[in-house]
Design a protein around this ligand. Structure first.
Ligand code: ATP
Ligand code: LTN
Length: 339
């Protein structure tokens, strides 16, 4: 897939809702870099407007936004090849989101599992922004007429909604204006699970720091977190058939496969029948090998906020040049008078 899409426009986003994790790296940043290297036009966005759909401390939000930018660059995003910026600096996102709020149906948004999970039992008290989150996400993508969107498995439903919004807009107004996007969800790392609970996805906003490996964790912390990762009392499975009701074992095997660029099968061939202790030590080594160079570069970049802010502002200027005429044309199609 990756080498057949060099003439397409890629868009994706990551929320600055905490410190980026190894799941964000394997499920998003690593494929983002591969796409950049394939020669596709790539636009990557730190989606701060999405982050504030749940409470964010203002000082921490600024820090997390710069930290996310540093993680993109440290992972290999070259700001001279790809556009990197934060969402709130390009007003096209919020403007188009309003139009899409008027195109989306309440029923569509009410079916979104991310909303149900994040709102939990306290739905009445969740923000309206959290409910219309997917319409803003559609605006992010369609403001650039992006064609392909690399994401982890958890975003599949939101991308289907983006397709529905594009189709409904085009039908309602009798135009062929917004593209029907293609998701890119590939590889073994599209759904890395929590280290504390193999049925929950690893997430940067999980209250437990032990549930994840952050891209800023040092070596000792990584070793500690992997040693403490939940497992069961059986040996490591040897076949796919033995893995289905063992979510924690499956997750660690997946993580190992993703970090060593191999398949689950070959990991099971190597470790099947053994205990978890030696496996965990080797897994920790692989995780350190992956995370350490990124951490080192992130720390260097975070010493210079002015430079990070300059990079994001330059990216926002480039992004706005693409998005502005698309929003202008959308207004015209809808019948809004504008200059
Ligand atoms: P939050 O906890 O604040 O919801 P998150 O850690 O789930 O955040 P996002 O910013 O929502 O991360 O997602 C950024 C990208 O990382 C998306 O493409 C998403 O699909 C991917 N991603 C997030 N979690 C995982 C995971 N556990 N495994 C693989 N990919 C993931
Ligand atoms: N909803 C996504 C983040 C996100 C995104 C996007 C991803 C916001 N806008 C546009 C791809 C394209 C998430 O929670 N991971």
């Amino acid at each position: 897939m990756l080498n057949t899409i060099s003439s397409q426009r890629i868009f994706s986003g990551i929320q600055p809702s905490g410190k980026l994790t190894i799941a964000n790296y394997l499920g998003a940043l690593k494929p983002f870099v591969e796409l950049q290297q394939s020669g596709a036009e790539c636009i990557y966005c730190i989606v701060d407007l999405h982050a504030i759909t749940v409470w964010q401390d203002p000082t921490e939000l600024k820090h997390s936004t710069r930290l996310a930018a540093a993680c993109f660059i440290a992972s290999g995003i070259d700001v001279n090849k790809s556009i990197l910026f934060n969402q709130s600096q390009v007003s096209a996102h919020a403007e188009l989101a309003w139009i899409f709020n008027c195109v989306s149906r309440l029923g569509w948004l009410g079916r979104m599992t991310q909303f149900k999970e994040k709102a939990g039992s306290n739905r009445e008290n969740s923000s309206v922004g959290l409910f219309v989150y997917p319409a803003l996400m559609a605006a992010d993508i369609l403001a650039y007429h992006a064609t392909h969107v690399p994401v982890g498995e958890d975003q599949k439903q939101h991308l289907e909604l983006t397709r529905d919004i594009a189709i409904k807009f085009n039908n309602d107004f009798g135009v062929d204006f917004f593209p029907v996007i293609e998701p890119i969800i590939e590889g073994v790392a599209t759904r890395i699970m929590s280290l504390r609970d193999g049925t929950k996805k690893m997430s940067k906003s999980d209250p437990s720091d032990l549930s994840r490996i952050n891209l800023t964790d040092d070596k000792d912390t990584i070793v500690k977190k992997i040693r403490r990762a939940k497992t069961d009392s059986y040996p490591i499975p040897s076949h796919e058939a033995e893995i289905s009701n063992r979510p924690e074992a499956k997750n660690l095997i997946n993580l190992y496969a993703a970090l060593s660029d191999t398949t689950r099968d070959s990991v099971m061939q190597q470790f099947g029948g053994k205990g978890f202790s030696e496996f965990k030590d080797q897994l920790a080594e692989l995780a350190i090998e992956c995370v350490s160079p990124v951490t080192h570069e992130v720390n260097r970049l975070m010493d210079d906020n002015t430079e990070l802010d300059r990079i994001l502002a330059t990216g926002a200027d480039k992004a706005a040049i693409i998005a502005r005429p698309i929003v202008k044309k959308t207004y015209e199609i809808v019948g809004l008078l504008s200059q």
